[in-house]
Each structure stands twice: as structure tokens, then as C-alpha cells.
Design a binder for this molecule. Structure first.
Ligand code: ADP
Length: 618
């Protein structure tokens, strides 16, 4: 039986645990999918902003070309070339310095004696690079090309620059306006490859568990510098943009070659503050629908914000949710997206996790409680079944013993083998007592089954307890005294009336007396007390006391349960059905009273029948 219960419990617990594990796993997968979806969405936003920034720079480059053409249309090339710096700064606010170099490597502007300090500083810092006297580390991006041998290359194809002694091999290049840097390969010139730098900004999404390769690639910038001379870099393109860091300061240069004089290269170093102003407008124009959830920011090469969609927003700028590099025109500048409420992403998942956890907890608790109930019920049923089996064998035995003695003594008398009248009298007494015992037992069994079926009826009437107890005692006294018992009873005299079924109440008292006789050892002394009490309500108490073995501690209440026997017939040799006290209590309770056990100071038991004694009209 216990095995069956164990199998049942395991059959419930194991599938439940597997189901709970599957639910937790699917929840985790869903959370990953949600985060991935969100990161893709915001990646799109960052990429679009990076594309806009590149478009803006492409426009700047285009504007510069137009500016040069306007100057050339009005004046002769030489005049324009000599005063290009002044003219450009006057007419085009985005320029910080204007410069002109020839393809042979001669710098025409700015002049070493220029009145503009920035122009002189620019000339000193860039002259060697612009005049092809030294290579420099440059981030570059060629735009529209005029030459017929220059083409956009992919995947490390080679490119020959006309008019050059050596061959320069170029990797693929990313055209301006192409958007976020995801495909730039460093130029593979024999003298100019530079390894990638660590990114200033590490997007949060890259910290999430991903493949190792992917993670590594995100830690490094995809924008790499190439080391080359100016002439090498521009090749035969007609215009372009390049950026270089001088003393850790970013310089963005645009250049243009007019078809009217391709030997002359006009260029400008852009004013970074002006450029930032223009770039700011892009970020601040973020889609209003997204403003409730994210803040977009343009970060410079040091990871500091140049512009942000929400001015008051502050955070650790180096830990955006998503970031995209703008490209070679603004190397190591990034468009970064920050979540306004980072917890929001995990909040619903957390709530779901909590609910699931609680449900699993409740489920396990329900299983545990259910299992406990099943096991206790099973063991209760097992005990009851065992008690019933014991009951059947006990009752059979109890029936057999008096029947044997009745048969034996009646046969002796019938056959006239006992001549002595005293003996005859004694045998008849035994037959009467055994018959009474049988009657009592059968009454108990019948009453119990009636009570179980709810069919027990009581004939309630005015009943004098004093008279009832006296009658029972007088019937019982000869039997007890002949068995060596000292029997004590003091009658209170005046009647004590209760409302009840006299036969049922007599059955209770007889059961208590019979137990006192059965469970007395050598100390054969039985006392019956009957008294009236008035506190708290008027009631009568019949006490049956003995000096026997008493009820073992722990069984004081159990002895009132059906079939329960504190003194097992095997060990004690005392026969019984385990129903006497059950019936006594049920009858007493049906009369508004109770039967209780009290241990006596020295050995012995005291059973108390308490019955209410309301004022009964005569
Ligand atoms: P039984 O037929 O076994 O006597 P009862 O319901 O009358 O059944 O009693 C239940 C149990 O209570 C008995 O088996 C016995 O262990 C205990 N008991 C009852 N009366 C006494 C008593 N006077 N002294 C000691 N134990 C008693």
C-alpha cells in the first residue's frame, strides 16, 4: 500500500517538476527573444542616425566643391589659389582653414606669413603630409572619382594610382553616406596597415551572452586608420573627406579637384564646433514616438556626448544599450542609444518569473500537502482495517467464552450430576452472569452498528439516577463480591432526576463497571460515587473507580475511539471489543453530557459520567 502511495506521489511530482523546468526555460527564451527584438529595433534607429550624419558630411563635401567652383568662375585659378584661405573663411563658415596644394606636392595656400594663426598652425602641422614628404595616419573616405582607372573596390582588390612610382594596394572602402560602419576593411598598403583600436564605448547588448567571436569584434572599433601620403590617398578622385588626429584633436579635411585644373587640389579643415552644431540637429530630431523609451546621443572620440535627444539625460555614457560608429569621416564617433528605463525591459519578465515561481511553489506545496493527506488517510485506513480484523476475532472470542461456560454448567445441571444445592446455586449464578455478559456484548455491537447507520433512537423520559445506579449495583454486587471484589457505594438518598433514556444510561454505567472489573489486577476494589453539582450549571456525576492498571499515558483520549484497545488482548489476556467506551461517550453526548477518564493518584482509573440535570417538572 505504501509502495502504491510512493509511486503515485512520484508520478505526480516528477512530471510537475519537469513541466516547471520547461516553463522556466521557455520564459527565459522569450525574454532573450524580446531583448533581441528590442536591440534590433534600436540598432535600426542608431544606424539611421549614423547614416544621416554621413549624409550631412557628404553634403558638406559637396558644398565645398561648389564653393571652389564659384570662386574659380569669378577669378583666375592662381589668384584664387593664393588667397583661398581668406576667401573660403569669409564665404563658407564651416571652414576653419582653406588650403591649396598641387599634385606635384607644392603648397600654395595658406602662406607661411598668413595673418591667421590657425592657418599658420595648420600649415606647420600638415605641410609634410600634404606635400607628400611623409605619410600620416589618416582615416579617409574617397567620394566621387573622375579618373577612369579608379573604381570602388571590394574584398582587397588592388588599385594602381596613375603618375606614381610605386603600387599602392587598397582594401575596400566605404563611400560617404553609406551609414554605420559595419564593413570597413583597413587598406592593405605595404606601408600603412594599422591595427584596430579598442572601442571607447561598449554597448550593453554586447555584454549579453553571445558567441565569443561576436563579442570580441564588438570590443574593437571597425574604423581603422591607414598610413599613407596625401597624394597616395587621393589618387585620381575628384573629391573626398579624410580625418586625422593631431595631438589627440580630430581634424576633418575635405578636398576638391576642379575638372578645369586637376593638378590643383583645394581643401579645407572643417570647423569642428560648427560641424557639431549641424550634427546636433540630427540627434535632437529623434522620432517623438521613440522619445518615451530611449535617448539618442552622438558621442565624440573620447566617449563624451556632443549632442543628445534629451538635454537633461545623464548616464554612464560609455555603456549605451546600442551603439553604431559613424564612420571614417568622424573616426570613433558613435551614435549611441540609451534606454530611459532599463529596468522596464526586464520588469515584465521578472513579474512573469515571480508569478511562475509562486505557481510552482504553490503546486509543490499542494502536492506535498496532498501527499501528506493521502499518506495519513492511508495509514488511518490501514489502522482501522487492522482494528476491524481484531474486533471480529475479539468478539468471536468473547462470544465463545461465555457460551462455553453456559453450555458446560447447564449440561452438568441438566444431567443431574450436581447434587449439592449450594453448588447448583453457584452454577446457576455463573450461567446468569455469563448470559448477562453475552447480552451486554451483543447489545454493544448492535447499538454501535445502529449508531454508525444513524438509526439509534433514545426514549427520553424523566429518569432517577439514584434509583438507576442502585438497581445496577444490586444486580452486580453478588457477582463482584463472589469474585473477591470489595464494592463501595454510598447512595446520596434523595433522587437525582435527568432527562434521558434509562436503558441507554444503564448501558453506560454497566460498561464502566464491567471495565473496572476487567482491568483490575490483584487489587480488587471498585467504588461508585454519585453526586449532584451546581457549578457552573446543575449536573450529576457518576464516578466508577478502580485500583487496577489504569490507562497508559498517551491513550487517555484514544480509548474512546472505535475498536481502540490500550490493553491488547494478546499481551494482557483481557478480552474486549474496543466498543464499550465509544458507545458510553456517544450515549452520554446524546444526553448533553460526556464520559471522561481521570487517572487516580495511586494506581487505578476513574471514569466520570457527567449528565446535565435541568429542572424537570414532576
Ligand atoms: P474493551 O472492550 O477493550 O474494554 P472499551 O471501549 O470498553 O473496550 O475500552 C477501551 C480500552 O480502554 C480498553 O481496551 C482498555 O485498554 C481501556 N480501559 C477501559 N476501562 C479501563 C479501566 N477501568 N482501567 C484501565 N483501562 C481501561
Amino acid at each position: 500500500m505504501k509502495k502504491v502511495a510512493l509511486v503515485f506521489v512520484l508520478a505526480v511530482i516528477i512530471p510537475s517538476l519537469v513541466l516547471a523546468w520547461l516553463a522556466v526555460r521557455s520564459l527565459r527564451d522569450q525574454q532573450f527573444a524580446l531583448e533581441r527584438q528590442q536591440s534590433l529595433l534600436y540598432q535600426g534607429v542608431a544606424d539611421a542616425l549614423a547614416r544621416d550624419a554621413n549624409n550631412l558630411l557628404a553634403n558638406v563635401q559637396h558644398e565645398f566643391g561648389q564653393q571652389v567652383e564659384t570662386e574659380l568662375a569669378d577669378h583666375k585659378v592662381r589668384i584664387v589659389a593664393n588667397s583661398f584661405d581668406d576667401r573660403l573663411r569669409t564665404n563658407w563658415p564651416l571652414a576653419e582653414v582653406g588650403f591649396v596644394v598641387t599634385t606635384e606636392g607644392k603648397i600654395l595656400c595658406p602662406s607661411p606669413v598668413s595673418s591667421n594663426l590657425e592657418a599658420r598652425t595648420f600649415r606647420t602641422a600638415n605641410i609634410k603630409f600634404l606635400c607628400n614628404a611623409e605619410s600620416a595616419e589618416v582615416y579617409w573616405n574617397a567620394g566621387k572619382n573622375t579618373g577612369n582607372t579608379f573604381s570602388k573596390l571590394n574584398g582587397g582588390q588592388s588599385q594602381t594610382y596613375p603618375g606614381q612610382a610605386g603600387q599602392v594596394t587598397d582594401g575596400s572602402q566605404t563611400a560617404l553616406g553609406q551609414g554605420g560602419q559595419s564593413s570597413f576593411n583597413s587598406p592593405d598598403t605595404k606601408n600603412n596597415f594599422k591595427s584596430q583600436a579598442m572601442r571607447n564605448v561598449v554597448p550593453q547588448q554586447q555584454i549579453l551572452p553571445q558567441s565569443k567571436d561576436n563579442n570580441d569584434s564588438q570590443l574593437y572599433s571597425k574604423v581603422a586608420a591607414s598610413e599613407a601620403e596625401f597624394r597616395q590617398l587621393i589618387g585620381d578622385s575628384s573629391e573626398g573627406t579624410m580625418a586625422r588626429f593631431l595631438e589627440n584633436k580630430l581634424n576633418v579635411l575635405v578636398w576638391y579637384r576642379s575638372p578645369s585644373d586637376p593638378q590643383m587640389i583645394f581643401g579645407a579643415q572643417l570647423s569642428l564646433p560648427r560641424l557639431k552644431e549641424d550634427l546636433k540637429k540630427l540627434v535632437t530630431q529623434l522620432d517623438p514616438a521613440l522619445r518615451a523609451d530611449i535617448v539618442a546621443a552622438l558621442l565624440d572620440d573620447t566617449g563624451k556626448p556632443v549632442a543628445r535627444s534629451l538635454e537633461t539625460f545623464q548616464t554612464n555614457w560609455k555603456r549605451p544599450f546600442i551603439a553604431t560608429e559613424v564612420g571614417e569621416s568622424l573616426p570613433h564617433w558613435e551614435i549611441a542609444v540609451y534606454l530611459l528605463n532599463p529596468a522596464k525591459l526586464t520588469q515584465s519578465a521578472q513579474a512573469l518569473k515571480l508569478t511562475l515561481g509562486l505557481l510552482i511553489g504553490v503546486l509543490l506545496l499542494a502536492i506535498a500537502v496532498g501527499s501528506w493527506l493521502i499518506v495519513t488517510d492511508l495509514s488511518r485506513q490501514l489502522t482501522l482495517a487492522r482494528q476491524k480484523t481484531d474486533f471480529v476475532s475479539n468478539v468471536s472470542h468473547e462470544l465463545k467464552t461465555p457460551l462455553t461456560s453456559i453450555r458446560m454448567f447447564s449440561e452438568l445441571l441438566a444431567e443431574g450430576r450436581v447434587a449439592d444445592p449450594t453448588k447448583q446455586h453457584s452454577y446457576l449464578n455463573i450461567i446468569t452472569a455469563e448470559t448477562a455478559r453475552l447480552t451486554r456484548l451483543i447489545n454493544n455491537v448492535l447499538d454501535f452498528s445502529r449508531m454508525e447507520r444513524g438509526e439509534k433512537k433514545y426514549n427520553m423520559q424523566k429518569c432517577d439516577l439514584v434509583g438507576l445506579v442502585h438497581e445496577i449495583i444490586e444486580t452486580y454486587r453478588p457477582h463482584l463480591e463472589s469474585n473477591g471484589f470489595k464494592f463501595i457505594y454510598d447512595s446520596p438518598g434523595s433522587p437525582i432526576h435527568v432527562s434521558g433514556d434509562c436503558d441507554a444510561l444503564a448501558q453506560v454505567i454497566v460498561n464502566l463497571l464491567s471495565n473496572a472489573e476487567k482491568y483490575s489486577n490483584d487489587k480488587k476494589e471498585i467504588e461508585v460515587q454519585l453526586e449532584r453539582q451546581s457549578e457552573p450549571l446543575p449536573y450529576a456525576e457518576v464516578r466508577v473507580l478502580d485500583r487496577g492498571m489504569g490507562v497508559p499515558s498517551g491513550s487517555e483520549e484514544k480509548i474512546f475511539e472505535q475498536f481502540y484497545r490500550a490493553h491488547d488482548s494478546l499481551s494482557s489476556g483481557i478480552q474486549g471489543s474496543g466498543l464499550g467506551l465509544t458507545l458510553a461517550r456517544q450515549i452520554a453526548q446524546a444526553h448533553g453530557g460526556d464520559v471522561r477518564y481521570q487517572a487516580r493518584k495511586d494506581s487505578g482509573s476513574c471514569f466520570v459520567l457527567r449528565l446535565p440535570t435541568p429542572e424537570i417538572s414532576p
